[in-house]
Design a protein around this ligand. Structure first.
Ligand SMILES: *Cc1c(COP(=O)(O)O)cnc(C)c1O
Length: 412
């Protein structure tokens, strides 16, 4: 929840200028309320259909956010052993965890089995064989779903579209039944589910609904063949509005669109939303360092860079950039760039925006998902501080890295 009161931008009841002054910049600031509202929007829209909302940890894996969601009753979708470690440290329950991803290692599978996770979403026959062998060694029995590729076009950025047969993800839906049949040989695995995830930042839910229909048909076919399918994992992918004037489907409407198809299936429904829960719940605060003009081009040079927020450089993603305190200066058109030594280091290009002078704070909006999580130490820049607002108060949930942090584990 980010709104102006007078000229000042607030996160819930906390003035962001105060937060920036206290914790410094660049800083990620999250709204507790927005995260919980978005989670509950999913959870409640399913109504009495048996379901589990597994937050996709990769969108933002900060312990405090995971702890918040665990307390609210979320399960978790993980894609690495490290993410499972985080979920457990945050107080999450392993029995609510599904393990996705195309390249699970033996060590990760062993760790996940030792912790007793709920299920694996598998993406190759080799992976099924590996999980079965490790489960056998442990004397464990575990449920799996094959992640099928329904061959629908999610119409999103090519880097975050995953549901076409040309992508590395999943198994061709046409080949899935044969794989489930062959998987009967794996004594320590049971075919409890079918899963899919067709991409991210999807603003038109039609391709997701199309995928749901295809996956439902497959589940019915598998059940008829005697597989104990009882869960459908429909992945994440619902988009958020990054641009002013852009519209994302409301979470409740989206879920109800799926519900209508799923109500009579008798299956437990799982979803794995990441971006749509935390994306709108975070901003990146940055301070203007300099202004300069090269020829006709205006630059606003800020203290946040591509190492802090990679999405503009990686996907040419758009994030609104707004003043933390509004001024009455006329608007400008400028590039907003950081200190990193790369031409590709920008937060915005040719952006019509509020004028901003050195010392002013800006808020890069809708930065809660794939923001901090994709940040790095490139150019030996310590990673940003993260703060969580609740009401009028906030607390630091991750301290700003120090120079000592930059060389941790290194020897000369
Ligand atoms: C990335 C990912 C998600 C989350 O996607 P969002 O677009 O953030 O909702 C869910 N499931 C899987 C398997 C993923 O890879």
């Amino acid at each position: 929840m980010f709104l102006y009161s007078g000229n000042d931008l607030y996160c819930e009841g906390a003035a962001l200028a105060d937060v920036a002054a206290r914790v410094g910049t660049p800083a990620y600031v999250y709204s507790t309320q927005t995260i919980l509202d978005n989670f509950h929007a999913y959870d409640q829209a399913f109504g009495d259909i048996p379901h589990l909302v597994c937050y996709a940890v990769k969108a933002n894996s900060s312990l405090a956010l995971l702890a918040l969601l665990a307390r609210a009753g979320a399960g978790f979708d993980i894609v690495s052993g490290g993410e499972l470690f985080r979920v457990l440290k945050a107080g999450g329950d392993a029995s609510t965890v599904v393990f996705s991803g195309v390249g699970k290692t033996a060590d990760e599978v062993d760790y996940a089995l030792a912790q007793g996770i709920h299920a694996f979403n598998c993406e190759s026959e080799g992976e099924l064989a590996l999980i079965d062998a490790i489960a056998a060694r442990r004397g464990a029995q575990v449920g799996f779903a094959v992640r099928v590729n329904p061959d629908v076009d999610a119409a999103t950025h090519p880097y975050i579209s995953t549901g076409l047969s040309q992508h590395k993800f999943g198994i061709d839906i046409a080949a899935a039944a044969a794989i489930y049949a062959r998987a009967r040989q794996f004594r320590n695995l049971s075919a409890e589910g079918v899963s899919c995830h067709i991409g991210s930042q999807i603003l038109d839910p039609k391709p997701i609904f199309e995928a749901v229909d295809k996956v439902l048909a497959l589940a019915a076919e598998l059940r008829a063949q005697g597989h104990p399918i009882r869960r459908l994992d429909l992945g994440g992918g619902l988009g958020v509005a990054y641009r002013e004037g852009e519209h994302a489907p409301a979470i409740g409407d989206f879920v109800r669109g799926m519900d209508a198809r799923l109500r009579d299936s008798g299956l437990r429904i799982e979803v794995e939303p990441g971006r749509s829960i935390v994306g709108p719940a975070g901003v990146l605060l940055t301070r203007v360092l300099y202004r300069k003009c090269n020829g006709s081009k205006e630059f606003v040079i800020v203290d946040a860079a591509m190492n802090d927020l990679l999405r503009p450089s990686l996907y040419r993603a758009h994030h609104e950039i707004v003043p933390v305190r509004k001024s009455s200066l006329p608007r400008i058109t400028a590039d907003v760039v950081g200190p990193v030594c790369e031409t590709g280091d920008f937060l915005a290009r040719d952006r019509e925006m509020a004028d901003a002078m050195p010392g002013d704070y800006l808020a890069v909006m809708t930065a809660g998902a794939y923001g901090f999580a994709l940040s790095s130490n490139y150019n030996s820049r310590p990673r940003a501080v993260e703060a969580l607002v609740e009401g009028a108060t906030f607390r630091v949930i991750r301290t700003r890295e120090t120079y000592a942090d930059l060389i941790r584990g290194e020897t000369k």
